[in-house]
Design a protein around this ligand. Sequence first.
Ligand code: ZN
Length: 375
Amino acid sequence: MAHQVETLALGSPSLGTERTLTVHRFGHRGARPKAYLHAALHAAELPGIVVLEHLLGRLEAADAEGRIAGEIVVVPFANPIGLAQQIMMESQGRYDLATGRNYNRGFPNLTDAVAERVTGKLGDDAQANVATVRQAMGQALEALAAAREPEVLKRELLRLSHDADIVLDLHSAWEALLHLFVTDVNWPHAEDLTRQMRAEVVLIDRGNTMMTFKSAHALVWRALAERFADVPIPPGAMAAVVELRGQRDVDDYLTRPDADNLYRFLQRRGVIAGDPGPLPEALTEPRAIRGLKRLMAPAGGIVVYHRDLGDHVMADEAFCHVIDPQTRRRTAVIAPQSGLLYARRSHRFARAGQYICAIASDTPFQAASPPIERS
Ligand SMILES: [Zn+2]
């Protein structure tokens, strides 16, 4: 099936306005594996939009040559509501201005609705169970009422992605190394993704019960596997957050290789025909999310770093100071642990208690129990 572009209306939240989602589809509906990719759910995080723009060009060429083997759905900008939010020339795409809610929280937890629908329909065949659960997810989403525009958006994003084998949520930090978040149900299944993307930091989490987009995919599979423990239910989706450096890192020299790496990953997973070449060596060991420390400013003032992004800092090191020009006091920011300074807020003025940077500890991730393998 040739490349198709759809426009999904999000309904009219206010008189005389309506926003739309643009959806690119490649391959035959229902073909496997299915990959879903979107960018800028936090709408000011622009690099993913550019990466997907490069990727779309490559997918169009692959489509013309008949090399799309599975199904691919691409939503280049996943949050047109947030993209339209500006205050005095500054984009405000992380939180819904109407409610203050983070756009990447509050996705529906479909576990109960799916469990109700699959009770009595699961058996010994793991792949058949995955198909049954996916179908029930689709039915649950059809039945899901949504009135507010961000809720409609979340439902539509899940309708496009809930049955995908691969779900990639492209974000960016303010200033950061390229890093990934993967839920433990999908580790080490996602290792090839982290290596292909040349990730400098890989953080393994347990999922977020506030229901991020990734967790809406990862947690439902874990919850169903626990609830129906007598039958095999492997994770039907490998979901990952790919943090494409900092919000300003949109230039082609960075984003084009990222798109090439996504393309090779889709080849490696059999979504696109062709040789992806050798899998690059890992740049880093995976780290447990509990070793991630987000640091807050100990005082208000100007944040002055003595270490660059990507530097290794030592525990108890004063790697940064906050300068108060009124008292002329310099307050040290002390590293609570040794690790990699991998993300920083780009504003250098901080209020006391405000997030300023993050350090990923050197302690590697170790699975508490044998990881769940995709069968
Ligand atoms: Zn984000």
